[in-house]
Design a protein around this ligand. Sequence first.
Ligand code: PAF
Length: 281
Amino acid sequence: MKTETTIQGLTASLSPARGARKMIGFVPTMGNLHQGHLNLVREARKLCDVVVVSIFVNPIQFGPNEDFENYPRTLVQDSQMLAEVGCDILFAPTVEQMYGTQPRLTNISVSGITNDLCGASREGHFDGVAVVVTKLFNMVQPNYAFFGEKDYQQLAVIRQLVQDLNIPLEVIGVPIARAEDGLALSSRNGYLTEQQRALAPNIYSSLKQAEQALQQGQALAEVLQQIKLNLTQVGFDVDYVAARSLKLVPVESFNQDTQLFVAAKLGTTRLIDNVFVKYTG
Ligand code: PAF
């Protein structure tokens, strides 16, 4: 595996693959890799000749009171894991390499779907994601890009961005990787104390209970209220519990395939998760 820290180096490393019209797969990450990230790389490996992974903690997608400074940076371990799973090129640029030294005057804003869910409480977050992902797409020019479904809203934003701006690649969503107790894998799980870690799987178990309740005919509003109650009772500070169509349109009742979403904090750690609920009529 080659590691590149500059755009020039990345371009040079990719040039033979581009010349030979090889399929390039790209997995953008912020590092501190877990099995969820590695699954993205495995999927890329299956579909592509050359797999590029980026590790870049993107300052512009963090709010002023968020965890940019403390975000875990574990490049040595990450790099070892990536080599083992078959990554060909690791791109790990500095902030200066990504953003230069001159002020950035261009923003990329996907409207509508970004005002809801995480966008409602993380102002500017999705603009920051859209900008960095577009820049990375331009640098790597992949045929396929892989994103986890844990960040369901992010995946929808990126699909929209790619469609609206005619970015010539296909976006592939990869299912959520979970710990044995159901907790969705996330780099932020590492912030949890032992006690909080023991409580964290309640998010997934509440979502799964909700799935069952909906399929047994319980009203959607009641089911959402029950998730909130379960989580609040064990000590979560709930940001939102929501039901949306697969395209993120709000749904009032369970009359179609539905995605249930939770964002909730344990202490200062914000966790998100979602489940798909099949509508069988
Ligand atoms: O999901 C992430 O890790 C980040 O939001 C991404 C897509 C790498 C952009 O910084």
